[in-house]
Design a protein around this ligand. Structure first.
Ligand code: AMP
Ligand code: GLY
Length: 423
């Protein structure tokens, strides 16, 4: 089967890399892909949804998988489905779970899914009044998509009021911040939980933990994610059961009842407080870098999983995982996340191409561009992810960092404590 993957990051590279191992996959295409995905398949310079659908029809592509949220929110799934093409991802309507924090919070409230106490408003007075009913820290969120930057954790009431003022005036996030959510701060540990859904049935992947802060010990500014690991031993059967009963089932039933059945990846950002899973947010796609660790843990056919997800047939799937752990360390460019850095050539030591090494560790490329003579250059913020696999988290971590030591580019930076929560 020919498959198209939409996106350009390490997430899409890792999906492609895992699919490539599936013997049922013939040709792989990426739109737009990055400077390394051309090793896995063909990069397409097409962004218009109808032009992509034309390409799928002409090239016998039987499945499209969408990586990032932007094309989902913009309706790529609706365009493909109207033309009878198989695509794994939610409709534009269902993508509001990520596209609008207000939609998401009100949906959770309607369906009694546990979430932080909140108000949604576009009135500065209402926001101020609600802030005074909460203890600090206080969380202020812009309604719309802000590339992961629309959440302010204010340490004082005054800081919260300032954030509200800046958002509502349009100064900080433009129209995305013209409506806001103010909510209580939840103090616990965070999980990334992924349910793959076909509109009716679902399968849950092993829970992961992301490391959003730039520096060791979770210090420094928030980033898109500096590393992740899975499965996390912080989740027990009781928490999985609560997630199922209180979060996933009511969400999928609710989406169906409201006429927008959810198909695709439901990414549940969870805070566990006193053993109770509480929903922080929904995303409608895989996390990045969580995807890079989860893909190599799936033992059953990944093509089947996505294809059945896209064609409402997950109930016929028995999903199996390797009894292993994966740790992924993001290597970022010099000035990430503040500004972009000058392109830097990436050099990978020969040992990485050794078969035994490759069995336990690999690179998932993200912000890279291919230059002359086939050389790879670091051109994005998060450049690549070094993934290690092992029978224990410690072993997977050690292998990931062994690989980090084999990768060189000017200004490279990474955290040295990924997976510390589990060790
Ligand atoms: P979001 O974009 O909603 O995932 O928020 C980004 C990050 O802010 C989350 O991953 C959490 O680390 C943090 N966060 C969001 N909401 C809360 C909350 N109510 N309490 C504590 N931390 C939060
Ligand atoms: N790693 C978190 C995200 O993709 O949003």
């Amino acid at each position: 089967m020919n498959v198209l993957i939409i996106g350009a990051g390490g997430r899409e590279y890792s999906i492609g890399m895992a699919l490539k191992k599936d013997e049922k996959v013939d040709r792989l295409y990426f739109a737009p892909g990055n400077g390394a995905t051309d090793e896995l398949g063909e990069n397409l310079d097409i962004s218009d949804f109808n032009a992509l659908a034309d390409f799928c029809e002409k090239n016998n592509i039987e499945l499209t998988i969408v990586g990032p949220e932007a094309p989902l929110v913009a309706g790529i799934v609706d365009v493909f489905e109207a033309r009878g093409l198989n695509i794994f991802g939610p409709s534009a309507e269902a993508s509001q779970l990520e596209g609008s924090k207000i939609f998401m919070k009100n949906f959770l409230a309607r369906h009694n899914v546990p979430t932080a106490k909140y108000i949604e408003t576009d009135s500065i007075e209402d926001a101020y009044r609600f802030i005074m009913t909460l203890d600090a820290p206080i969380v202020v969120k812009a309604d719309g998509l802000c590339g992961g930057k629309g959440v302010i954790i204010a340490q004082t009431h005054d800081e919260a009021k300032k954030a509200v003022g800046e958002m509502l005036s349009g100064d900080s996030f433009g129209d995305a911040g013209k409506s806001i959510v103010v909510e209580e701060f939840l103090d616990g540990y965070e999980l990334s939980v992924f349910a793959l859904c076909d509109g009716e049935d679902y399968v849950v992947l092993p829970a992961a933990q992301d490391h959003k802060r730039l520096l060791n010990e979770d210090k420094g500014p928030n980033t898109g994610g500096m590393g992740a690991y899975a499965p996390t031993p912080l989740v027990n059967d009781e928490i999985y059961k609560k997630l199922d009963e209180r979060v996933i089932v009511p969400t999928l039933e609710g989406m169906k009842a409201e006429g927008m059945p959810f198909k695709g990846v439901l990414f549940i950002g969870v805070m566990v407080v006193d053993n109770e899973p509480i929903v922080l947010e929904y995303n409608v796609r895989f996390g990045d870098p969580e995807c890079e660790e989860l893909m190599p843990l799936i033992k059953s056919s990944l093509l089947d999983l996505f294809y059945k997800g896209a064609t409402n047939d997950l109930k016929s799937l028995e999903i199996e995982f390797y009894d292993k752990y994966a740790v992924g360390v993001v290597m970022a460019s010099k000035d990430y996340p503040y500004k972009s850095s000058a392109p830097a050539e990436i050099i990978v030591d020969d040992i990485v191409h050794d078969e035994i090494f490759a069995e336990h560790a690999h690179i998932s490329y993200a912000g890279v561009t291919r230059g002359d003579e086939g050389k790879l250059y670091a051109t994005g913020g998060r450049v690549l992810v070094c993934v290690g696999l092992g029978d224990t988290i410690a072993e997977a971590q050690q292998r990931a960092y062994l690989l980090v030591g084999q990768v060189h580019f000017a200004g490279k930076q990474c955290r040295t404590d990924i997976a510390y929560q589990a060790l």
